[in-house]
Design a protein around this ligand. Structure first.
Ligand SMILES: Cc1cc2nc3c(=O)[nH]c(=O)nc-3n(C[C@H](O)[C@H](O)[C@H](O)COP(=O)(O)OP(=O)(O)OC[C@H]3O[C@@H](n4cnc5c(N)ncnc54)[C@H](O)[C@@H]3O)c2cc1C
Length: 307
């Protein structure tokens, strides 16, 4: 029987592991399909406090993991494929093996939705990004492409005009899902060029390990052309990794965990941390902070329960 099981090994999960390990709770971290979380997909992180020269994303999460291991945290490969959070102790199925625990910290993140092109996947962190706040700074006076038609895409496009010389907003339809106010703001921004009814067929140049252009196709006219570009931002949404908790942990219509205050979920003893509950900030530092909050709450919960 475990005191704490942490689901996810991104910034939130690993930070929760540091705190619960230092509280002598010997946490078990289930690393999931993406060990290290979303930061393992990127290269330089320049906005995590404490690193004046920046730090590589994979090094940052690996350092937090080592720090947690140093205090006794255990990490296992694999994913939680089933959960029983309605009985006590809680039961988690990790790739076919059930374990029991008194508390659970859900730090399973929200994966960015990608277009699904092979070139896109190979160029993530090398010109392809899903986070304007994180990577906009790298594209000063450059040509930037933003893909999407919702509020997030328009917000990212607006934000990126602070850096880029020009921002091309590529949307597959003529109409936008975004709110009128966001649309009006983007239309009034002289740096944003709207390219509608258009899809991305390919991103170049994988052989150079950087983005140089994208091949676009107008779905109405059939016209195909290559557009030179330096930064490629995909803003078509996120998918919170909460499927396995469906019907147990309360989530909103998109699957984000609904917080009951602090790091609490609707189930006492089950806590949330990081992007799995955060549709607003989605940063490494906020995820790490949320991991700390969840750990402290788990610790206090166990103490109140007499463990
Ligand atoms: C390309 C890119 C660049 C970025 N750059 C920056 C940046 O420069 N600065 C910044 O602050 N932020 C950046 N971000 C955002 C930042 O990475 C996220 O905000 C942060 O990683 C969120 O941490 P998290 O721990 O909540 O979730 P995640 O990092 O998403 O980690 C989720 C973890 O849960 C695991 N998991 C999921 N389902 C299960 C399951 N069923 N069982 C077990 N484990 C599971 C996954 O394997 C993963 O380990 C970037 C994101 C991307 C995609």
């Amino acid at each position: 029987m475990r005191d704490v099981v942490i689901i996810g090994s991104g910034c939130a999960g690993n930070t929760a592991a540091v705190y619960t390990a230092r509280a002598n709770l010997k946490p078990l971290v289930v690393m999931g399909h993406e060990a290290g979380g979303q930061l393992s997909l990127t290269t330089l992180v320049e906005n995590f406090p404490g690193f004046p020269e920046g730090i590589n994303g994979p090094d940052l999460v690996e350092n937090i993991k080592k720090q947690a291991e140093h205090f006794g945290a255990e990490f296992v490969h694999g994913s939680v494929i089933e959960a029983d959070l309605l009985s006590r102790p809680f039961r988690l199925n990790i790739e076919g093996e059930w374990i029991e625990t008194r508390t659970v910290i859900v730090a399973s993140g929200a994966s960015a939705r990608w277009l699904g092109l092979e070139s896109e996947q190979k160029l993530i962190g090398h010109g392809v990004s899903s986070c304007a706040t994180c990577d906009g700074f790298f594209y000063r006076n450059k040509r930037i492409m933003v893909i999407g038609g919702g509020d997030t895409a328009l917000e990212e496009a607006n934000f990126l005009t602070r850096f880029g010389q020009e921002v091309l907003l590529i949307h597959r339809r003529e109409e936008f899902r975004a709110s009128k106010i966001m649309l009006d703001r983007a239309r009034a921004n002289p740096k944003i060029q709207f390219v509608t009814s258009t899809v991305v067929e390919e991103i170049f140049d994988v052989s150079k390990h950087l983005v140089t252009s994208a091949r676009l196709r107008n779905v109405s006219t059939g016209k195909v052309w290559e557009e030179p570009v330096d930064g490629f931002f995909v803003a078509i949404g996120h998918i919170p990794n909460t499927k396995v908790f469906k019907g147990q942990i309360h989530t909103d219509s998109e699957g984000y965990i609904i917080s009951e205050g602090g790091a609490r979920t609707n189930i006492p003893g089950v806590f949330h941390a990081g992007d799995v509950q955060d549709r607003v900030y989605r940063q490494a530092i906020t995820a790490a902070g949320a991991g700390c909050m969840a750990a402290i709450e788990a610790e206090r919960y166990l103490e109140a329960e007499g463990h």
